[in-house]
Structures are given as C-alpha cells and as structure tokens.
Design a protein around this ligand. Structure first.
Ligand code: GLU
Length: 461
C-alpha cells in the first residue's frame, strides 16, 4: 500500500505482567512495516491501569525488545517530539480531551453506581436483548451525587475503515452503548487514551492483535468526535494460540512468556523468523528469512485471518537451522551463558563442531556437556562388558587425544571385540557420561582430559 507522508506506527504494551509473546510478534510486524516505508516506530507504554502496573514489567518490555533487536525510534527512554510516551504521564491531556467532549455535548457525566449498572444488565438479560447503557444519566441524571465517570455519547450509524489484512470493515455502531472514557478515579480507559494518543502522536497505521478489532469502531468514533484525522489504515494480526489451540494464557502456557525463549536458548533472530511465519505466508517454500529478507518479502495481504497455533517443533527446527549457520566462534560466544561454569573456553570451542550439528537450542548444550564437571555414578557392568571396556582402555592409552585418533582407535577395538558398534559404545558412554544424551563418543572422550576419561573407564571395568 503506497502511503504519502511519513509512516508512523506504534506498539502500546501494558506493563501489567511479564512481556508477552504477542508483544514480540506485534512489534515485529510494526518494525517491518516501518522499515519498509522508512517510517518511525514508536514505543508507548500503556500504563493507565494503576493497580496492576509494575516498573519491573516495564523494564522487562525494554529488555525483551532489546534482546530481539526490535529497536524503537521514540519511546519513554528515548524521548521524541510527542513525549511523554508513558500514558500515566499524560493524564492531564486525557482530562483536557474529556473536558472538550463534555463541553461540546459529545460526552456526559454518569453517576450510576456499579450496582445500578449491574441491575440494568440483568434486566436486559432477562428480556433477552443485547445490553446497552440506558442513557439514564444523559436524560435524567440522579441528584446529589458527586462521584462520576465520563461516558462517550455514541453517535451511532455505521463505522467503516480499511484493514490491511481483512479489507474494508463495517461495524454497526447502533449496537454500541455509550461507553466510559474516564473512570471515577480520573484515569482514562484504554478505549479513550489509545485513540487520543494515536491522534496526538500522528500514528498513520495501527498494527495490533486481532483482539482489538472490535475496539476500532469505538476508537474511530472518538477520533471523529475530537475532530482529529483518522489513521490511514489498521491491521489486525492473527492471534497466537497455544499449541493445543486454546487461547494463549500466561498462567497455563510457558510459550506466552517472551523472555523465556531467551532463557531456553532460542536465538532472537530465529524466534523472529518463526513469528513472522506464524501469521504470514510468504507464498513460496522458503522458510528461513533474515530480517532483511523479511523486510523485502512481508506484506499484509499474505497475513492469515485465522488464529495461529504455536508449534514448538517448528520453532526448534528453525532455531537449529540458525545455530548451524553460525560460525564456530559465534556459537561459542552465544553458548557461554548456557554451559556449566566449569567448562572452560578452550573446551567449549572444541565441543562446538559436534554441538552445532545437534543442538535445537543453546540451553541443550548443558545436557551434552554436564558430564565434564559431574562425575557419573559408577555402575556395575557384567564381566563380559568389563572386558570390552578394558579392551577400549588398551586401545585408547597410546593415542593422541583428539577426536579422529580416538575414533580410529575405538574402531580397531570394535573389530577385535567382534560385537556391534552400539553394543561396544553404550557401556563406554555410560561409564564416561552417565547419560543417555551425549555427543558422539570420540568427542565425548576428547573433551575430557585423557587421565580423567581413562580413570572413569578403569573404574567401570
Ligand atoms: N495495551 C494494549 C495491548 O497491549 C494496546 C492495544 C493497542 O495496540 O491499541 O494489547
């Protein structure tokens, strides 16, 4: 879609819980669109829920987005021409806008108590009609009350807008009741603060999750009533569903927690690649996309409408592909935070070629390398097995301690033993690592100091 003037997009995460996976995917789509159009990407913190905001959650939003290298051009920490970018610091602005709507008759004070509203709702239910506020406080406000909220007077009619994913959208605003824009504590609702800020911050395209699709007509009516220019277009992106197809919940699904992907050893560029494909279909068989390739290929027309199920297997595959494409040095560097503290740099570097071909995640390296610092519990082997371990020791003793020489020596030992590779190697692996998951045996040997490796075999034999 060709756009005149500077493209300005934004994300508006709420710091009311740990940063959500959806924030990463929404950010990615915003950044891709901004970069495609030489536009500006704004980070606005939606922190008007005073009871649930926590500064540590805000910090986690920055940390997660930095980890993903999805950098913003304007934001609370960076400033910009439309600061402040934290909604809690913009409350006076919302109050001014509410005052204007009140003065022009587009909003009114509502003194109804929660109990009265609940009674209205129940009545509607009993009469089997969709609930809409009765407008009691517009037509016949109760006297002698001082606590009030501010309600927008919904003009009704049809609200239409362009959605870059879904095409032309139409909503019947006659179904929408007058809704609250300022709560009795003086704080704006999301429904009010969001369009006011989008207008003041000159946001041209609102790209956000599908759960906000039904909010758009509310917000557009407010923009119109305030006499602001509407954003050019919206894009409502498919919801990310849990692997089981249910709604992604922070409580039930670990995949909802964005920073967990870092801690489990996913590469940020692999996660972005995966997230791009989760809601968007490139139309070709290509599955691995660098950020630049995404920037060139991405378009909203190829974004799917239905919710997208999270798929660990696919993510692991993509992550493994990215791991295999790293240079040995780069992989060693990235593994540093994950490997057991006793594995020194030199050993890690020697392990990298073997790790590279089998790691789905960086964190998995721990399982492969843990035996270097954890002495396996000795186990009892039968006499025949013990004899084969002895044979291995004899062949290993004279060799230069590096994978190829070790492999050659072990193959000779196998030939002499007359048993299969598997039968010969399994007890050796057990004696050496005490684990089922291990690097190829010659690597497992070579990474341990020779005396230590032979000591473990002696003990087992
Ligand atoms: N705080 C809202 C959210 O995180 C922002 C929605 C929007 O982009 O308007 O879902």
């Amino acid at each position: 879609m060709a756009v005149s003037g500077t493209v300005r997009v934004r994300i508006a995460p709420s710091p009311t819980g740990f940063a959500h996976l959806g924030t990463a995917s929404t950010s990615l789509y915003n950044v891709l669109f901004a970069r495609q159009n030489s536009g500006v990407f704004v980070l606005r913190i939606d922190d008007t829920d005073m009871e649930r905001n926590r500064p540590e959650y805000e910090a986690l939003i920055y940390e997660s987005l930095h980890w993903l290298d999805l950098d913003w051009d304007e934001g609370p920490d960076k400033g910009g021409p439309h600061q402040p970018y934290r909604q809690s610091e913009r409350v006076d602005l919302y109050k001014e806008h509410a005052a204007r709507l009140l003065k022009e008759g587009n909003a009114y004070r509502c003194y109804c108590t929660p109990e009265e509203l609940e009674a209205e709702r129940r009545q509607a239910q009993a009469e089997k009609r969709p609930y809409k506020y009765s407008r009691r406080c517009l037509t016949n406000p109760p006297e002698g009350r001082s606590v009030f909220a501010v309600r927008f007077k919904v003009p009704g009619g049809e609200v239409t807008f362009t959605d870059m994913v879904r095409g032309e959208m139409r909503f019947d605003a006659d179904l929408i009741g007058d809704f609250i824009i300022v709560k009795s504590d003086g704080y704006p609702t999301y429904q009010f603060a969001s369009p006011v800020d989008d207008a003041l911050m000159r946001i041209t395209h609102v790209i956000r999750g599908e759960e906000h699709l039904s909010n758009t007509p509310y917000q557009l009516m407010l923009v119109d009533a305030l006499g602001y220019e509407r954003p050019h277009a919206y894009a409502h992106m498919p919801l990310i569903l849990a692997a089981d197809g249910s709604k992604l919940s922070k409580r039930k699904h670990p995949e909802a927690n964005l920073i967990l992907f870092r801690d489990r050893g996913y590469l940020p560029e692999a996660l972005l690649n995966y997230l791009a494909l989760l809601g968007w279909n490139p139309g070709t068989a290509q599955e691995i996309f660098s950020f630049d390739e995404l920037r060139q290929a991405f378009s909203f027309e190829r974004v799917q409408h239905a919710g997208a199920r999270f798929d660990w297997e696919k993510l692991n595959w993509i992550n493994g592909e990215y791991i295999r494409r790293l240079s040995d040095d780069e992989l060693a560097l990235r593994l540093k935070d994950f490997v057991p503290p006793l594995v020194d740099e030199e050993t890690l570097r020697r392990a990298v070629p073997a790790l590279k071909t089998r790691l789905p995640t960086l964190a998995q390296a721990v399982e492969y390398l843990d035996y270097l610092q954890t002495d396996p519990t000795p186990q009892a082997f039968d006499a025949e097995t013990a004899q084969r371990i002895r044979l291995a020791i004899d062949f290993l003793k004279p060799v230069r301690w590096e994978p190829e020489a070790i492999e050659a020596a072990l193959e000779e030992a196998i030939a002499q033993s007359g048993v299969s590779k598997g039968k010969f190697y399994n007890p050796l692996r057990d004696a050496l690592t005490g684990r089922k998951v291990a690097l190829p045996i010659h690597y497992a040997f070579a990474l341990l100091p020779k005396e230590e490796a032979l000591k473990r075999l002696e003990r087992a034999a």
